[in-house]
Design a protein around this ligand. Sequence first.
Ligand SMILES: NC(=O)c1ccc[n+]([C@@H]2O[C@H](COP(=O)([O-])OP(=O)(O)OC[C@H]3O[C@@H](n4cnc5c(N)ncnc54)[C@H](O)[C@@H]3O)[C@@H](O)[C@H]2O)c1
Length: 358
Amino acid sequence: MVAYIGVSDIRRLVHAIGPATFIEQLAAEIEADYRRWGAFQKSARLASHSQVGVIELMPTSDGELYSFKYVNGHPKNTAAGLLTVTAFGMLADVATGYPLLLSELTVTTALRTAAMSALAAQRLARPDSRVMALIGCGAQSEFQVIGFSHLVGIDELRFFDVDPLAMAKLEGNIRAVPELSRVRLIRAQSTMAACHGADIVTTVTADKRNAVILTPRMIAPGMHINAVGGDCPGKTELHPDILRMANARVVVEYEPQSRIEGEIQQMPADFPVVEFADVARGRVPGRVHPEDVTIFDSVGFALEDYSALRFLHRLVQDEGHGRQIDLVPRIADPRDLYGGVIGGGRPWLRVAGKGAIR
Ligand SMILES: NC(=O)c1ccc[n+]([C@@H]2O[C@H](COP(=O)([O-])OP(=O)(O)OC[C@H]3O[C@@H](n4cnc5c(N)ncnc54)[C@H](O)[C@@H]3O)[C@@H](O)[C@H]2O)c1
């Protein structure tokens, strides 16, 4: 039997642990895996593009466990009452190739993206960062706020969305989280106003085009930019001059994938970047100078979903009563797939002796 985590299960697990602690624990798993970067088979994700969105497959393996995620990105979906990003994925045992876990990853993607963003900010933002501007108040946004408040120490949030309903939704949700009661919420009138005086700027908007959410005049020395929403060819959020700023340092997840999908798709192929794994392993410093503008050019990498799936699998195993599904046949004779599943109970198809069929 294969363990199964549906939406109701992830809700139960996050409630039991608490969203902030869940993100913290997941961040620790992701960090530990980035530290053993060399153990992972890595490839840029396989993307199938259409006029309105993208469907992607994200596989990786460390030789013991294999995982993949199916994820889409359809920015116009929300107008039809559908999510922009949905996902599910699987964890498998490399030794047998058998699936171990099939899981929802829509909610989990939001949790792991927040964990990853906070992890990067812990190393790239100024340690005294307390004020965050949040541009885009959609499905990912509350998770980002929880991660940054809990793991980075953000206690003032200036948020902006082109849709006032999204801003009202975010405010209502954040006010209902007891752990976030100390976070001061300020509705901004524009992206420019939100960024003014911020230590960290998180962009998490959805638009399938080269949008210009942030321009150089919104950026002050010492800022950290957590650019989450630009994650596809032709889909970016930062004006390229921000990347060109003399004091800018750009950190990516997996360089070959980010060259195609990240903000750096706007730059020449030799534009200098640092991979997060090198920062996590202490090979390259995160922030060097208080005046640096650090940019985490996030697109989401398969390793983060691997970490999340392994974490979820352990949680349901520890619980001991996770849901199971019959995704793979369990049959007495593994060579008798037909008889064991389709022909089961039909005596004329049973093997009577060696090579003989009655
Ligand atoms: N990097 C990663 O690992 C990662 C993970 C998940 C999602 N994403 C990306 O993050 C983005 C947001 O995802 P979501 O699920 O929250 O989408 P969503 O559609 O739920 O929310 C997007 C929000 O952005 C707002 N918006 C659009 N244009 C804007 C603008 N110019 N200024 C201000 N607000 C604007 C929309 O009104 C909406 O509220 C998507 O592009 C998605 O692909 C990236």
